[in-house]
Write a new protein. Sequence first.
Length: 180
Amino acid sequence: MKQNTLIAAASALTVALSSLTVTAVQAADTAINAQELESLKVQLIEAKSAVENAQQVAEEIVQTAQANADRILEQASATANQSKEDKVSPLVVKNAAVAVEIAAGTIEEIATAIMPEGWRILVDVKDPKIKERRFQYVTTKAREQALSDLLNSIGMSHQYFFELVNADGEASPLLVISKR
């Protein structure tokens, strides 16, 4: 808004400057006295100075706005990258505390409740009874400990695959649960 105002003011001053120039030329033609000519010359110099100042201020505003926009874009990008890294960082995932309470859930349902959003769960067992078996499970431990407590008690283990990506190139981590 200020930039448009300053540009408009600079344009108006340019028009005024042109008008003063025309007046000065006419004054010279009609032989106006030296005092009036000197007055017009001073007005012309002041108008020129005002136009230059307005242009300089407008350029500074544009540079400041561009620098602010660049800084905001960098911060947004850094924040997005950081949150993306945190979602699949092995230490963050394994050490995060979880609070899970399931009255009657399958291994896959419990593991889904334990893992962060966006994780896929694969229960790799040959016996379908194990997949369908229901458990009561309550924990408030770190994610790694919660999974170990659940799976070790029934002779199973788990493995994380942090680096997997989907067809769009986005992170798509996987937790595989299997019989030992």
